[in-house]
Design a protein around this ligand. Structure first.
Ligand code: FES
Ligand code: FES
Length: 156
């Protein structure tokens, strides 16, 4: 039995420590917003925050997240930066099929928390591990700029 702090609450999960965090989140704790894509750390569909860092849940053993704060897309509305990122995504109609977008939003939020005003090259570097089969990359970049502008306005 492990205790996982997930979306602000402690969850007691009867899982082995080596189980991928993604399985524990989706199949055991029941948060299905985090998606399975490649299962090998290559696509970013499974991105969550572990202590604020964008983390690939498919290749992270759940035991490594014990004692840390895990946040998934379901709780991002409670995060002031996450909220602004989600708003920008909606305004620009970023999603096409949507499958990759939860991971994209989690990575974009982690980026903006660390760097509130990234340039195109910094966005490209931060988002490079998040693949979109629908090719929404230009809209993702634009939405990150919109979110950065909104965050700046909010601080003014
Ligand atoms: S499912 Fe985790 S990186 Fe692809
Ligand atoms: S919106 Fe379809 S995979 Fe990204």
């Amino acid at each position: 039995m492990i205790t996982l702090n997930l979306n602000g609450k402690d969850h007691s999960l009867d899982v082995p420590e080596e189980m991928p965090l993604l399985w524990a989140i989706r199949d055991v704790a029941g948060y299905s917003g985090t998606k399975f894509g490649c299962g090998m750390g290559l696509c970013g569909a499974c991105t969550v925050h572990v202590d604020g860092q964008a983390t690939r849940a498919c290749i992270t053993p759940v035991g490594l997240a014990v004692g840390k704060k895990v946040t998934t897309l379901e709780a991002l509305h409670a995060d002031p930066v996450g909220q602004v990122v989600q708003q920008a995504w909606l305004e620009l109609g970023v999603a096409q099929c949507g499958y990759c977008q939860g991971g994209q939003i989690m990575t974009a939020t982690a980026l903006l928390k660390g760097n509130p005003n990234p340039d195109d090259a910094q966005i490209e570097t931060a988002m490079a591990g998040n693949v979109c089969r629908c090719g929404t990359y230009n809209r993702i970049r634009a939405a990150i700029h919109v979110a950065a502008d909104k965050l700046k306005e909010g601080q003014a």
